[in-house]
Design a protein around this ligand. Structure first.
Ligand code: SF4
Ligand code: SF4
Length: 155
């Protein structure tokens, strides 16, 4: 995982973007701060490609109440087929059963991980899933912002 601290953002070159485009998995973007997350969402444009619903390899982490909710919708048998218990946590398998005709059929009730994707906040750090094709564009946009406005946009 590569940590793109504020120091690096605003100084990225073409070669850096090329390397970033090949990253599989997460890139650590910045320390967590609610304003940073708000700023990042303002810069993010989902391409509605559905990749995250079909392909996020490890599955979608479910909170316990989300797992219960899925069980109430699908019943025990089906829920067992479409979810996995790993390391004491439940995951919704991929491709996601709720992804129908390239849309989320439970959009209003989708799991919190889906709300946050491609951002992921863990232990005080904001990460970005590079599987999302819009993630590189997001990094380019914030790098450009810092180049135009000087350092501090993410502080
Ligand atoms: S992979 Fe990224 S761009 Fe594609 S639908 Fe998911 S969030 Fe949107
Ligand atoms: S719950 Fe909805 S948003 Fe989340 S992976 Fe499934 S289809 Fe996509």
């Amino acid at each position: 995982m590569r940590l793109l601290k504020i120091r690096a953002i605003g100084e990225l070159k073409d070669g850096d973007f090329k390397k970033l485009s090949k990253v599989e998995g997460l890139v650590a973007l910045s320390s967590y701060n609610p304003n940073i997350v708000k700023y990042l969402w303002g810069k993010f444009t989902c391409q509605k490609c559905g990749y995250c619903c079909r392909n996020v390899t490890a599955g979608i982490w479910l909170q316990l109440d989300e797992h219960r909710w899925i069980k109430s919708k699908l019943g025990n048998k089906k829920t067992k087929e479409v979810t996995t218990l790993r390391g004491g946590k439940w995951y919704l398998n991929h491709p996601c059963i709720f992804h129908i005709e390239n849309k989320c059929s439970i959009y209003e009730d989708r799991p919190v991980m889906c709300h946050a994707y491609p951002l992921s906040i863990r232990e005080g750090t904001v990460y970005l899933w590079m599987y999302c094709p819009a993630s590189l564009e997001l990094i380019k946009a914030i790098d450009n912002d810092v180049k135009l406005n000087g350092k501090g946009v993410l502080e």
